[in-house]
Design a protein around this ligand. Structure first.
Ligand code: VGL
Ligand code: ZN
Length: 211
């Protein structure tokens, strides 16, 4: 069974948001198109409390882009983004959300960030996504969204570690690229750990011939 997982398609990661991913808006159409060919679509949502420890604003004297050690884990500081119940945390208005069966919130614990849609960055608390996927006997997980070098990458690497067959939809992702080449390196890493790389065109052709 094929499942489409949309990672963090939220206003703050789009142009005009507080943590904009360049051309992030270009993947919304890909998500809408793919959804029409999947019976099951799930989504993750970055969902931080206002006092989240990943926000530079909560560390006076420090700036976004700096890395601090917080509670024993290296934490990149980010601009305030995806604060619970604010417009920035909402899904992109152009995104078709009617077919999303379940949304998994992440980054809700103020003390620890969560790039992966499965677990926080300490690998401790589950979002419930793994348990949800385990109800299916055999799945292929098709992952796309924002950002390639953070939440998409950590979600895909956890999916592979958990033993799920995983496909990265390459044109459905855009990255932060804080350092040049981060996204390309992330794609190479996901691929080398076992993720298959496919364009959305290829996914659609495959879905049309197998279902
Ligand atoms: C993300 C940085 C901070 C992401 C979330 O969705 O990739 N990146 N929070
Ligand atoms: Zn975040």
């Amino acid at each position: 069974m094929d499942i489409l997982l949309l990672v963090d398609l939220q206003n703050d990661f789009l142009p005009g948001g507080t943590l904009p991913v360049i051309h992030g808006d270009q993947v919304i159409g890909v998500a809408n198109q793919l959804q029409q060919h999947f019976d099951t679509t799930l989504a993750t949502q970055d969902w931080h409390p206002p006092h989240h420890s990943s926000f530079a604003a909560n560390h006076p004297g420090h700036q976004a882009g700096e890395v601090l050690e917080l509670y024993g884990i290296a934490q990149m500081l980010w601009p305030v983004h995806c604060v619970q119940e604010t417009p920035g945390a909402e899904f992109a208005p152009q995104l078709n959300t009617r077919q999303i069966q379940q949304v998994f919130a992440k980054g809700t614990d103020p003390q620890i960030d969560s790039y992966s849609g499965f677990f926080d960055n300490g690998g401790q608390r589950s979002t419930g996504l793994e348990e949800h996927l385990r109800q299916y006997a055999a799945i292929r997980l098709f992952v796309m969204g924002l950002a390639t070098d953070y939440c998409v990458q950590f979600t895909v690497l956890d999916a592979l570690r958990l033993g799920f067959e995983t496909v990265l939809v390459t044109d459905g992702c855009r990255g932060v690229d804080q350092s040049a080449g981060d996204s390309a390196a992330a794609v190479t890493r996901m691929n080398s750990e076992g993720a298959r790389l496919m364009t959305s065109d290829r996914v659609l052709r495959e879905r049309l011939t197998t279902s």
